[in-house]
Design a protein around this ligand. Structure first.
Ligand code: FAD
Length: 569
């Protein structure tokens, strides 16, 4: 057994910030557990920028305008107290990163440069070329190492130990040795990231399988607003690898097969800089109506007019990605793109202190916290604005670390339940001895393909019912899988099976949540219910694990400053 005061699961921006805060005064023993080497976390792939209303590019900008854009962008499902907290905290986070040594792009007068992003009415994305996530992650990791936080790299957390509404720690599998161990902790913070890998076309890393969501769900914690999946408008055609929205922020055009800037039909004022849900739907509609490039399921992004110098200074990665993956020279050619599964608006429900709260009465799981993409404090509501996620991960990660540390200092030293790792052991043993004929790769492929087709940018009742049957069928066939690798050392097939079982658990929640929600709001777009329905659906979904599948409940949205209005761009 390993014992720490605070265990942070995940080492992306949220996890790093959480660990830094929890270890700040040197009083607590803090550990990070991560299934990938820390700097390989998906945060490192973030390209375009981090939002912060410091008004360097437009002095009219301030936190309140940022908050309004966030609330409107989220189609009014945003909890406004959370959005206010995040937008107010942004400058503190950005200046702190800068003082840690992060080099942001500059204006000629030496202040930080800021660029435009979809749905933001002012240019407020701070950026380090199109390597922003990479720069922040490495900066934070250096400080984490200096603080002597214990890092368990390539350890896979399999379960959360919760009894009587109190968290006692986690069970984790050392991928290198093939051994399960119990981690006893006074406080646990989940920063386990998103789940793009439930979809075939995705911008997300292979590790983004949403483990933390299913682990929490199995421990009796509900999942909030899972039907809201973000599709990013510019995934490279065929793979979904991300081409940053920063390209449009710098002035890129979106073109259909007729060479038309089609966004004028969908967001006449904001054009290519409309919010992601609207731009992704516009692209999908162009494709569905036969105006995709050469009849294919893609449209073009054009950055030729930006010129070589600007592209090399501000978008060097765009150039490399187009060249490496499609063999295209973006200085002289358009780049084919399509909507790509990108971000999870929903997740583990938490309050403003990042404490896990399991119902609308504020009932907590003591000692359990979540932050970043795996959590739902609902700053993004039904649709996240670009650059708000890095901000959320840093700002809420920091808050989670501070809250968990405070709790850990006064929490009683509880004894671990005897059966803490029984279920995890049973699961691993079962998988290692699974001798059925069904291959996990086949199940994974089928899930990703069908989620893309029937629970994607547009949805209908018929599609979602069909997809529900597919997911149930896949869950059933999972019982007959067979693994060919029974080794203990770095058994990636075993990990793949654990990840697939997680995907199958929460895919059911996404599909049923989407089937229930008979309206269109933000990233959830029902062709058979095309209008937003505030009278019936201005509420958050909570899905609890029950014997036969999820049980649904709802809770109100926190509205403080901005009453819901029609959303126009
Ligand atoms: C290509 C791309 C570009 C993006 N660009 C931007 C951008 O420019 N601006 C912006 O605001 N947002 C951007 N985003 C979104 C943003 O990067 C993410 O939402 C954010 O970084 C998530 O941070 P996180 O700390 O919550 O999770 P992650 O960085 O995804 O980290 C998750 C961590 O959890 C760990 N983990 C997961 N499961 C387990 C387990 N079972 N056991 C142990 N460890 C586990 C992983 O090892 C990892 O360390 C982008 C996303 C992508 C995919």
């Amino acid at each position: 057994m390993r014992v720490h005061d605070v265990v942070v699961v995940g080492s992306g921006l949220a996890g790093m910030e959480a660990a830094l805060r929890a270890s700040q005064d040197g009083e607590l023993d803090v550990a990070i557990v991560s299934k990938v080497f820390p700097t390989r976390s998906h945060s490192g792939a973030a390209q375009g920028g981090i939002a912060c209303a410091i008004g360097n590019q437009d002095p009219e900008d301030n936190w309140e305008v940022h908050m309004f854009d966030t609330v409107k962008g989220g189609d009014y499902l945003v909890d406004q107290d959370a959005a206010e907290l995040m937008c107010k905290k942004a400058p503190e986070i950005i200046y702190e990163l800068e003082h840690m040594g992060l080099v942001f792009n500059r204006l000629p007068d030496g202040r930080m440069a800021q660029r435009s992003f979809g749905g933001h009415s002012k240019p407020r994305a701070c950026f380090a070329a199109d390597w922003t996530g990479h720069a922040i992650l490495h900066t934070l990791f250096e400080i984490v190492l200096k603080r002597k936080v214990k890092v368990y790299s390539e350890w896979y957390v399999t379960s959360l130990i919760v009894r009587d509404h109190t968290c006692h720690g986690v069970v984790a599998y050392d991928i290198m040795r093939g051994a399960l161990e119990v981690f006893k902790a006074r406080a646990v913070i989940f920063c386990t990231g998103g789940y793009g890998r439930a979809y075939k076309i995705t911008s997300n890393a292979h590790a983004n399988t949403g483990d933390g969501l299913s682990i929490a769900y199995r421990a009796g914690i509900p999942l909030e607003d899972m039907e809201f999946v973000q599709f990013h408008p510019t995934g490279l055609y065929g793979s979904g690898i991300l081409l940053t929205e920063g390209a449009r922020g710098e002035g890129a055009y979106l073109l259909n097969n007729d060479g038309e800037r089609f966004m004028k039909k969908y967001a006449p004022e904001r054009m290519e800089l409309g919010p992601r849900d609207i731009v992704a739907r516009a692209e999908q509609q162009e494709i569905d109506e036969g105006r995709g490039i050469n009849g294919k399921t893609c449209v073009n992004v054009d950055i030729r007019h930006l010129g070589k110098e600007r592209i090399m200074e501000r978008l060097p990665q765009v150039r490399d990605l187009a060249w490496d993956f499609l063999g295209l020279d973006c200085f002289s050619e358009c780049i084919p793109i399509q909507p790509t599964a990108h971000y999870s608006m929903g997740g583990i429900p938490v309050n403003l202190d990042c404490e896990c709260v399991i119902d609308d009465k504020g009932t907590k799981i003591d000692g359990f916290y979540a932050a970043g993409e795996c959590s739902c404090v609902s700053v993004h509501g039904a649709n996240r604005l670009g650059t708000n996620s890095l901000l959320e991960a840093c700002a809420m990660g920091a808050i989670a670390g501070t809250s968990a540390a405070k709790y850990a200092k006064s929490a009683p030293d509880l004894s671990l339940p005897d059966d803490a790792d029984v279920e995890a052991k049973r699961e691993i043993d079962w998988l290692l001895n699974a001798r059925g004929s069904v291959k996990i790769a086949d199940l994974g492929d089928e899930l990703q393909r069908t989620m893309m087709d029937d629970c994607g940018v547009f949805r209908t009742e018929a599609q979602l019912k069909r997809q529900y049957d597919v997911v149930k069928n896949l869950q059933q066939r999972f019982q007959s899988i067979g693994l060919s690798d029974r080794s203990k050392t770095f058994n990636t097939e075993l990990l793949g099976a654990l990840e697939l079982s997680h995907l199958l658990d929460f895919a059911e929640v996404i599909v049923l949540g989407a089937l229930n929600r008979t309206e269109s709001r933000g990233g959830h777009s029902r062709k058979d219910h095309p209008k937003r329905d505030d009278a019936n659906w201005l509420k958050h979904t909570l899905a609890y694990k029950d014997v036969d599948g999820p049980r649904f409940a709802y809770k109100p949205v926190t509205i403080t400053r901005f009453q819901p209005q029609e959303r126009k761009y």
